[in-house]
Design a protein around this ligand. Structure first.
Ligand SMILES: [Cu+2]
Length: 144
């Protein structure tokens, strides 16, 4: 009986591992791709009621508009006040997940007064995170 449970457990572990590998369906990205928010800085205090520029920094990888299946490229997604989405699914498109499908490398945003987080995540031609995923550190800004 115990052996059977052990075999079942091993089988479940194997299935979980396999589905994890199979789920990583995004385009490949270079291992040394480096994504960062060039501005604002972590901890920056920004004036309320005024749009500010967010500058997207990317090294060792290219930017291409959505729908362009070119190796080692993708487009930027700005995550506002949210954690990373599931990395094996299409990146959501809502007010917390902004797509830059035209290949933009900066944007202007305005946020209400308070504490906010910003993070970048690259997506491939189909808005899937890459394999391996390419995302920046999450920064915090204060709007006052
Ligand atoms: Cu996208």
């Amino acid at each position: 009986m115990t052996t059977m449970i052990r075999q079942l457990a091993a089988c479940l572990v194997a299935m979980t591992l396999f589905s994890g590998i199979a789920a990583a369906a995004g385009a490949t990205a270079p291992d040394n791709a480096y994504l960062y928010i060039g501005w604002p800085n972590d901890g920056e205090v920004l004036p309320a009621n005024r749009p500010f520029r967010v500058w997207f920094g990317l090294r060792n990888m290219g930017v291409a508009p959505k729908g362009t299946p070119k190796p080692n490229t993708g487009h930027h997604h700005l995550l506002i006040d949210t954690d990373l989405p599931p990395l094996d699914q299409e990146i959501p498109s809502d007010r917390n997940h902004i797509h830059f499908g035209a290949g933009q490398t900066e944007t202007m945003i305005e946020l209400p007064p308070g504490t906010h987080t910003l993070q970048l995540l690259m997506g491939d031609d189909k808005h899937m995170p890459h394999n391996p995923p390419v995302y920046s550190r999450k920064i915090t800004v204060y709007v006052k």
